[in-house]
Design a protein around this ligand. Structure first.
Ligand code: CA
Ligand code: CA
Length: 214
């Protein structure tokens, strides 16, 4: 009778311990492969998501370290210094460098007689007294120009003097201060390269350095 059949069917399910449909899937290699592929895709998506979050956090960290505004201010200062040197060159047909005038390219910092020449306080290098470089007065030695005893100094946001490379021999080639992979770009075609050592004040760490060419 039908009443006797019902317990037997329930018992069959109970003995198997699994849903018959699942059992069928586990026996089907195609369905099983699809499940593995789905898990792999899920893992890849999760990894991609975490990488995205990590990169965003790193960007936020770098931005908080010197900030977009800091970057803009530094770039503006670099352009000012570069333009001041260019204007001096136009006026005096040379770089604002003291005698003995160098014959080869030079690397220097934004301090000393050549800074005094650009701000118009050194009539030896700048007999016409032109004010080629106008910068705000530095506060606590940061972000501007100030006089340290007899020397004029120009500093970045973090109180460090800028780094400058000048193509004094006028061949339009400068030894690149920024090391590149596989020595690519060892020499570059610039006349004036100026850079800040960035928030960490270390010129050798280029992640935060800010240059007039980069
Ligand atoms: Ca050169
Ligand atoms: Ca640095």
């Amino acid at each position: 009778m039908a009443a006797d059949d019902i317990p037997e069917k329930k018992a069959a399910v109970s003995v198997a311990g699994i849903n018959p449909d699942d059992h069928q899937k586990s026996q089907n290699p195609i369905l099983s492969g699809c499940a593995c592929l789905g898990k792999a895709m899920m893992m890849l998506m999760l990894v991609g998501f975490f990488l995205l979050v990590f990169s965003r956090l790193m960007e936020a960290y770098i931005a908080s370290d010197y900030g977009t505004e800091g970057y803009s201010k530094t770039r503006s200062a670099l352009m000012k210094i570069g333009n001041a040197i260019g204007s001096y060159q136009s006026e005096y047909k040379k770089f604002p460098l003291p005698d003995p005038y160098p014959k080869k390219d030079v690397s220097l910092r934004t301090e000393g007689a050549w800074m005094a020449a650009l701000v118009g306080t050194d009539i030896t290098l700048n007999p016409k007294g032109f004010k080629f470089l106008e910068m705000p007065a530095a506060e606590n030695g940061k972000s501007g120009v100030y006089q340290d005893k007899d020397e004029w100094v120009v500093t970045d946001l973090w109180g460090e003097k800028y780094y400058v490379v000048l193509d004094v021999d006028l061949d339009r080639i400068i030894s690149n201060p920024e090391p590149l992979p596989n020595d690519a770009g060892d020499e570059v075609n610039y006349s004036i390269m100026i850079y800040s050592s960035g928030a960490d004040r270390n010129p050798d760490t280029w992640g935060d350095n800010i240059g007039n060419w980069r």
